[in-house]
Design a binder for this molecule. Sequence first.
Ligand code: ADP
Ligand code: MG
Length: 292
Amino acid sequence: ATPTSIMVGTGRAAQLGVLFRQGDALQTLQSVKTVALDKTGTLTKGKPELTDLVLVGELTEDEVLPLIGAVEVRSEHPIAQAIVRRAELAGKLPSDLRDFQSHTGYGVSATVSDRKVILGADRLMLREGIDLDTTGPIAADLAKAGKTPLYAAIDGQLAAVIAVADPIKPGTPEAIARLHDLGLQVAMITGDNRGTAEAIAAQLGIDRVVAEVLPDGKVAAIDKLKEGGNRIAFVGDGINDAPALAQADVGLAIGTGTDVAIEAADVVLMSGDLRGVVNAIDVSQRSMANIR
Ligand code: ADP
Ligand code: MG
């Protein structure tokens, strides 16, 4: 590619709110075959709401909500904020909390008012020896609706199945349709539940899903998508997306995301709208076409 065509392309992209941090990325982007997208905060708003609370034990909603709310006050996860907001509506949260633990990619636990509270994904319950046999169908229905099922156990007994739902960003469906029009395959990488991820992928027409990825597993997920020499662009926003942004052939960070993600990316999208990804690829293809 000539320096002039790269300069022109970079300038045109900037006008569309797409910042190429190096000319290399403009050249590489036109050759990618798959665009992999982080789910939470990239495809979705990253602001989940608590939508369901199904009691499955002896405790009432008024007993369960303050206990789980008190634990989630200590967590930074967007899911935690959804639970705290809902629990606060039900009343004041207890503050006598000890032994708080954040199990990254799994959930949280603590002792609140002398009761042992465990809250998180099915894999956390399995690890803690909490029996989920009776709740499979409830969780499966929630996941089918694109909601993330979580479990709350109090003093070793399952107390509730909880669901949170994270709305899809308004520009996401059109962005995916346009990526398909350009002949690209679209993949999703997420730490979320497989059923939930597959329901959202089906709704959006996403071709491939890599779900239940642990926070340090996104690089391996990129490598898997690269198999067979497939060139990959990865789009993400979070701290745990940084290694995958570096590992992809082209990493695109959402400008409204974390600084760590932006630092690791080759391309920065000024807005959170995924149509910026399509604009970036479009400019790349046109600039390179002018050269040949
Ligand atoms: P993602 O960012 O894709 O949601 P994470 O690795 O942060 O992935 O979390 C994976 C899963 O772990 C979540 O979907 C949820 O089930 C569980 N989890 C993580 N943190 C919490 C929390 N603070 N409260 C409840 N569940 C949690
Ligand atoms: Mg994210």
